[in-house]
Design a protein. Sequence first.
Length: 485
Amino acid sequence: MKARGTALRRHVARAVLGVVASWRLATGQGSSWVATPSSPTVGDTIWLERTITVPAGWRVRAGKLELAADVEPLGDPAVLRSPTGWVVRYPVVAWSPGPHRLELPPIWRLGPDGRADSTTGGAATLSVASVLPDTLPRPEPKGLIGPLRLERRNPLPPLVAAVLAAGVVVAGIAWRRRSPREVAAPPPVPLEPEVPDARWLAAGEPKAVAARAIWRLRAALAGAVSAAHPALSTAECLAAVERARPDMPLRELRDLLEQLDRVAFASAHGTDIAALATMARSSDRIGLVAFAAQALTQVPLTTDYAVLEQGIRGLKIGMLEDGTAIGTGIATAANRLRRAPGKSKVIVLLTDGVNNRGTVDPRTAAQAAEAFGIRIYTIGVGTRGQAPVPMGQGLEGLRYQMMPVEIDEPLLTEIASTSGGRYFRATDTESLRHIFEEINRLEKSSVEQVVYRRFDEAYRVPLALGLVALALEIVLSATFAVRVP
């Protein structure tokens, strides 16, 4: 019985303390609203401040002030801690002079144990002065002013003005239709002499000699047969010549072009793509990924085309394990491009074989590249039929063996279409050059360019005529054509 009485007394004491705390919160431990500055004018920012006193551990939250007729809140209220409690500040502005009474929203007090209580915000009184001084008289409306009529006493001034205006117009038209100035012809620019074939051969560049010979021969064929234009491949050009001139012996011409293509297109030493560096646009960042059974980033993305060309020339047969891992090559290139800046991201895939190695499926790699916004242009490199293929090192260098050229064109077409690109087939140097020109045309993007223009100042003559007309108008208005109100 004694224990039950003690517990009952404890519960009664807690209830009494809770009622006393709620009564103290309800009575409002705070002061009235104070406006800063004390004498505001129309358009000034006015801060309404009030100090709220609460027990230790309690917080204060102010309600949102609504828009009044002539008083507008400038933002959310600010609640700041002070030594005696919390300070609530409202920024407002008044748009009309005179006294204003503003009803403030309720203020919430939040206890540490989750209890909440509110008190009325009360009202704040503002006295706003006008920005106009009281001594300034108010404007009084005036009556309508009748139109002023000019009394023309002499018709000579208007006639003189019309003649002068007509003379100015005629002079301006004659000046605009003047004959153009003769520009002296620029001095002739001496052309650099063509580098002879012997120098190219001495420098170890037989490809340049073969490419120039192909160009000259194809230009002569295009002059003789219009259908055999240089944009066609060698096989298509020979077919066009055969259709146009069926009686022409084409065996020697075909053998000569195929031999030149093998030298220029480097089919006897693998596929040399050093022309990529010179065919690339000067504003692009280009990288190089070499792949066989594995993929190797030979040159990361760069605008230093000398380094890129050096990296291309550094590619050697046998530097990677034999095989063709197209999927691994695409994945490596896409990983390099996915964080690269720029709107257009392109992979140009050159291959002369069939996918037979690697752990990444080429279709899956193409889908991943498409997800990164990368387009893939695939190029099947190699002549149709048989071509010499390096089989290893011998005593005199690389050993070659004639083998059929096998390119998985359906797979390359599917890879290109998946990523929004196109598939091309390059059988010689000319077709590869035209393929890169087509890719270059498809991947054009707008670039901002600063253009400086030089103008000849031709305002002096019209300005002088205008000044003469203005002086004449001033003289005439002061003598003959006097304005009468």
